[in-house]
Design a protein around this ligand. Structure first.
Ligand code: KIV
Length: 298
């Protein structure tokens, strides 16, 4: 029997929720993993409908939704509110909440308290945090407490000030070796996958080859086990700057401006709302209303 999905498409079987082991198994089965960011219920529903495997509620929220110049000002409360909205919109994808700056760097206790909020208050399945060797102890503590962790190395935007901008990382043999060692240390600590951001494609390929867990690339070439992009870059909804790796698949921003210009013109011209978008009442009720208003005025 076919039934209606939350987003209107007919399906014969309710979608099976993707789990952490499913994502790990995709590497073993040589199936590429798709991941996309989302920050609210409406877009999460659309990302789900498109068949994406993993939704990352990224702290890129700060830049593409909240209007900050970097991800640094984003708070745990910001993330929990948006992550909860995403989990109300998405059914099938694995949901990963991104730990914002200052919520895990102080150590495992702090990290555990904040990561637990993603699971308890926002319905996330896993968390992501940035860093290599310096966060290994924290990753191990979270995993030991039952929280699935995705790592993130290479260009880690929370350190953008230290990097001197959004720059490609691991370009020397020494830095690339360090990145691969970071990945292996994260895997050893129990991370179930690792985002590789803005690193040369051959470095990402070597890291992916050496790891048993999947790598998810963003600006890291085609040999990663999966790919992630920021939704607003993909849809043309963020115009502040465009990273080289961000492919724009649609220009929704221009469509939005055109639609709003038309609305603006209609309102100013008095052609909106028309009869189709207005409510009416029984003629007898209107006559009675007008009469009572006239009597009151008299
Ligand atoms: O915050 C984010 O959107 C991310 C992705 C760029 C991986 O961390």
């Amino acid at each position: 029997m076919s039934e209606q999905t939350a987003y209107g498409g007919a399906t014969t079987v309710p979608p099976k929720k993707i789990t952490v082991p499913d994502v790990v198994a995709m590497k073993r089965d040589r199936k590429r993993i798709t991941m996309m960011t989302a920050y609210d219920a409406a877009f999460a529903k659309l990302v789900d409908q498109a068949g994406i495997d993993v939704i990352l509620v990224g702290d890129s929220l700060g830049m593409v939704v909240l209007g900050y110049p970097t991800t640094v000002p984003v708070t745990m409360d910001d993330m929990v509110r948006h992550a909860a909205a995403v989990s109300r919109g998405a059914i099938r994808p694995l949901l990963v909440g991104d730990m914002p700056f200052g919520t895990y760097q102080a150590g495992p206790q702090d990290a555990l308290r904040n990561a637990a909020r993603f699971l308890k208050e926002a319905g996330m399945d896993a968390v992501k945090l940035e860093g290599g060797h310096e966060v290994v102890e924290t990753v191990r503590a979270l995993v030991d407490s039952g929280i699935a962790v995705m790592g993130h190395v290479g260009l880690t935007p929370q350190r953008v000030a230290q990097f001197g901008g959004f720059k490609v990382q691991a370009k020397t043999a020494r830095a690339a070796r360090r990145l691969i060692e970071d990945c292996l240390a994260l895997e050893d600590a129990g991370a179930f996958s690792i985002v590789l951001e803005s690193v040369p494609a051959p470095v990402a390929a070597l890291a992916s080859e050496r790891l048993g867990i999947p790598t998810i690339g963003i600006g890291a070439g085609v040999d990663c086990d999966g790919q992630v992009l920021v939704l607003h870059d993909v849809l043309g909804l963020f115009g502040e700057f465009k990273p080289k790796f961000a492919k724009r698949y649609a220009d929704i921003g221009t469509a939005v401006v055109e639609a709003l210009r038309e609305y603006d013109r209609d309102v100013r011209a008095g052609t909106f709302p028309d009869d189709e978008h207005s409510f009416t009442m029984k003629e007898s009720e209107l006559v009675s209303l007008q009469r009572s208003l006239t009597q009151k005025a008299g």
